[in-house]
Write a protein that binds this ligand. Structure first.
Ligand code: DAV
Length: 377
């Protein structure tokens, strides 16, 4: 067996990737209802109030695509580690609540945030995902032994008691008119209260000294504030977009390489001065191509915009879902080497190529890509 030297280091979304975690689909659940979210997919066998494992044949297809993706990365000299799935159908509890199911461990990006030599376990904000970090503990324990400089951090575990969530939020949402929903979007009136810090790691986009944090339905203002205090040497920017179901930055606004970002044509940026900040620093923002699908894939809480959920292997090379022909053409025109990766069968298990991965090592240091400041951003 060859000696594998472990180093944890990754400052952005595009430096040359050398070591990554790729998730697994095993045992992923359509989660049981909880205050943060209630699945309602009657057409696909999971009407409101029901829950259970995704069909085994879907799981096998997803795992095949994940395994092939892992092999592809390895064939390019990238070390790939995999999480350890648990029995996600089990009920879990804390002193404050019990929850009838867990979720899965396909999207490591949601749970683990790598900033330099640190990997931070996110709080998460759904009860079904409270224990998900345990799937990554065998790897984190190993990195801790092997890399003496690795900083292993975990954000304070939220209690996720009733007071973390707005009362009867989803029923109230259903009753809202279009105007009221718009008003909620502009007010960022999402299910979380500000009782305690909550965030998912996938709401953060990294660009060296600057970290962009999506104020979404799973990341609240207190979560942003906690991150700001936790990373005092960085500049943290709170950003938000026009979207009724905001979850995770990586199908909304994607940093591709220094000077180039990919935006979602429907989810317009709403944070004041965000565009000005990018433009003043010489960044070009291009709208992504039309996705291949018209609608959400069955049993998926993600949208068709997974088309832009791409993984950079270095500043010139991008992995794209093989069905996204238009997105691949756009990347080609922008000067990227495009690697098509069959991945559609993974989407129901929690996301696309960016979601399915978490950086351990990218060659490169912390640099400043936004030297010019804009007051109020
Ligand atoms: O916007 O459709 C995709 C990202 C999930 N990690 C969306 C969510």
């Amino acid at each position: 067996m060859t000696e594998k030297k472990t180093l944890v280091n990754s400052w952005n979304e595009w430096d040359p990737l050398k070591h990554v975690i790729v998730g697994r689909a095993d045992g992923t659940m359509v989660t049981a209802p909880e205050p943060a979210i209630a699945r309602d997919w009657p057409k696909h066998g999971f009407p409101l109030g029901t829950y259970g494992p995704l069909p085994k044949e879907m799981e096998a297809k997803a795992n095949e695509q994940l395994d092939n993706f892992a092999k592809l990365l390895e064939s390019r000299g990238i070390r790939v580690d995999r999480p350890t799935p648990m029995d996600f159908s089990q009920k879990v509890q804390t002193p404050d609540w019990h929850q009838d199911s867990m979720f899965g461990c396909m999207p490591p990006r949601d749970v683990l945030l790598t900033v330099g030599n640190e990997i931070l376990e996110a709080t998460m904000s759904q009860r079904s995902r409270w224990h998900e970090y345990l799937c990554y503990r065998p790897l984190l324990e190993q990195y801790f032994k092997e890399d003496p400089k690795f900083r292993w951090e975990a954000a304070p575990k939220p209690r996720l008691a009733e007071s973390t969530y707005k009362d009867d939020y989803w029923n109230m949402w259903k009753k809202k008119s279009k105007e009221e929903k718009d008003q909620a979007i502009y007010n960022r009136d999402w299910v979380l209260t500000e009782k305690e810090p909550c965030f998912d790691a996938a709401d953060i986009a990294r660009a060296g000294k600057d970290l962009f944090v999506y104020h979404s339905s799973v990341t609240n203002r207190a979560g942003f504030d906690w991150l700001r205090r936790h990373f005092p040497d960085h500049r943290l920017h709170s950003i938000w977009f026009y979207e009724t179901n905001p979850i995770h930055i990586d199908a909304t606004f994607v940093l591709l390489r220094p000077g180039l970002a990919l935006s979602n044509p429907v989810r317009k940026p709403l944070a004041p001065k965000m565009i000005e900040f990018f433009e003043k620093n010489g960044w070009e923002i291009v709208e992504c191509a039309e996705p291949a699908l018209d609608d959400y894939p069955p049993l998926s809480f993600c949208s068709k915009w997974l088309s832009m959920n791409t993984l950079m292997l270095d500043p010139k090379t991008v992995c794209v879902d093989a069905q996204e022909k238009k997105q691949m053409e756009q990347f080609d025109k922008l000067g990227f080497e495009v690697i098509p990766v069959p991945f559609i069968d993974v989407s129901a298990f929690g996301g696309g190529l960016h979601c399915a991965t978490a950086d351990v090592y990218r060659a490169g240091d912390c640099e400043e890509y936004f030297p010019k400041q804009v007051e109020g951003f």
